[in-house]
Design a protein around this ligand. Structure first.
Ligand SMILES: CC(C)(COP(=O)(O)OP(=O)(O)OC[C@H]1O[C@@H](n2cnc3c(N)ncnc32)[C@H](O)[C@@H]1OP(=O)(O)O)[C@@H](O)C(=O)NCCC(=O)NCCS
Length: 147
C-alpha cells in the first residue's frame, strides 16, 4: 500500500470502475482533481484497492473506498480503512465520518466492525433511491494495529 498521487489517477479509476456500477464510477480526471486538493489524501494497493479521505479542522471524511471484486473478503478493505484512520490521526483528526447506503451490506458490516456507529440518515441520497447512513468513529493513531 502506498500514498496515491495524481500519477495514479488511471489506476485509481480502473479500480473504481471495477468496484462500482458505471453511473457511480469516478474518472481519472476526478481522482487527479481531488488529489490536487491539500485536504485530500489517498492510498492505493496493488492487490486492487483504494481509499480517499479528506481531513479538515480535526475531522476526516471517507470520500471513497473500493476493492476489486476478485480481491474482496481477504481483509484488504479493512486494511485500507485502518491505514487511512492512522493517516488522518497523524494529521490531527480526532474523528472520522462516512456515508454508506443502507442497502450496502458488505460496506456496512465493514464499518460497523471497525468501530463506526450511525449518527444520521440522508433520505433518498443515492441515485438508486436508497438512504445514506452517516457513520462516525473517534480515531487515534495506530488504528492499523487493530488489523
Ligand atoms: C466494501 C468493500 C470495500 C469491502 O472490501 P473487502 O476487501 O471485501 O473487505 P474485507 O475483506 O476487509 O472485509 C472486512 C469486513 O467487511 C465485511 N464484509 C465484507 N464483505 C462482506 C460481504 N460480502 N457480506 C457481509 N460482510 C462483508 C465483514 O464484516 C468483513 O469481515 P470478515 O471478512 O472478517 O467477516 C468492497 O466490498 C467494495 O469495494 N465494495 C464496492 C464499493 C463499496 O461499496 N465501497 C464502500 C462504499 S461506502
Amino acid at each position: 500500500m502506498i500514498p496515491a498521487t495524481a500519477a495514479h489517477a488511471p489506476a485509481l479509476a480502473a479500480i473504481h470502475a471495477a468496484a462500482y456500477p458505471p453511473q457511480e464510477a469516478w474518472t481519472g480526471a476526478a481522482f487527479a482533481t481531488l488529489l490536487a486538493l491539500p485536504a485530500t489524501s489517498g492510498l492505493i494497493d496493488r492487490r486492487g484497492g483504494l481509499i480517499l479521505i479528506s481531513t479538515v479542522a480535526g475531522e476526516a471524511e471517507i470520500l471513497t473506498l473500493a476493492v476489486y471484486p476478485a480481491a474482496r473478503r481477504m481483509g484488504l478493505g479493512r486494511h485500507l480503512l485502518l491505514a487511512a484512520i492512522d493517516h488522518a490521526a497523524a494529521n490531527g483528526a480526532v474523528a472520522m465520518f462516512l456515508e454508506v447506503s443502507d442497502t450496502n451490506a458488505p460496506a456496512r458490516h465493514l464499518y460497523e466492525t471497525s468501530g463506526f456507529t450511525p449518527v444520521g440518515r440522508r433520505r433518498f441520497y443515492y441515485p438508486d433511491g436508497s438512504d445514506a447512513l452517516v457513520m462516525r468513529r473517534d480515531i487515534t493513531f495506530a488504528a492499523a494495529a487493530e488489523c
